[in-house]
Write a protein that binds this ligand. Structure first.
Ligand code: SF4
Length: 124
C-alpha cells in the first residue's frame, strides 16, 4: 500500500512545483532545483553543445535551456545551501530508466538510486 501511494503523493507535491517527471532518482538539489528530466535529451550533466545563442534549447527553441536555467538558479536562488549550489558542477551518473515511475523518496531511503544497475560496470 505504502509503496503504491508514495509515488502518487510525490508526484502531487513535486509535479506542479518542479515539473517532476518521476525518474525515481531525484537530483533537484544538485541542479538548482531544476528538473533535468525536462531537458529533451534528459541529460544528467548539461548543457549539451546545442544551446542557442539566446540561451534557448536547440530541440525546443521556444524553451529556455534547462541547464542554462539550472546553472543560473544554482548561482542565484535564495536560501539554497552552499553545498547544493556547488553540486551543479559535479558529475552525475546517467539516468537509470529502470527506476522510472518509482518514488525517489523511497529510492533515496533504500539506496536504490545510488546502485549501479547490472551491465553498467565496465570490466577491464
Ligand atoms: S539545449 Fe539544453 S534543454 Fe535543450 S537539449 Fe540541450 S541541454 Fe537539454
Amino acid at each position: 500500500m505504502f509503496r503504491k501511494l508514495l509515488p502518487i503523493v510525490e508526484h502531487v507535491v513535486k509535479g506542479p512545483v518542479w515539473d517532476c517527471q518521476m525518474c525515481g532518482q531525484c537530483v533537484l538539489h544538485s541542479t538548482g532545483m531544476t528538473c533535468p528530466m525536462t531537458c529533451p535529451k534528459t541529460l544528467r550533466n548539461g548543457p549539451c553543445g546545442g544551446v542557442r545563442t539566446d540561451g534557448n534549447c536547440e530541440v525546443k527553441p521556444e524553451m529556455r535551456c534547462v541547464w542554462v536555467k539550472a546553472n543560473h538558479r544554482a548561482e542565484t536562488m535564495p536560501l539554497l545551501p552552499k553545498s547544493w549550489r556547488e553540486e551543479v558542477g559535479h558529475l552525475r551518473p546517467p539516468v537509470n530508466n529502470q527506476l522510472k515511475g518509482d518514488s525517489s523518496w523511497l529510492n533515496l531511503m533504500n539506496g536504490k538510486d545510488r546502485e549501479t544497475p547490472e551491465g553498467w560496470e565496465v570490466s577491464h
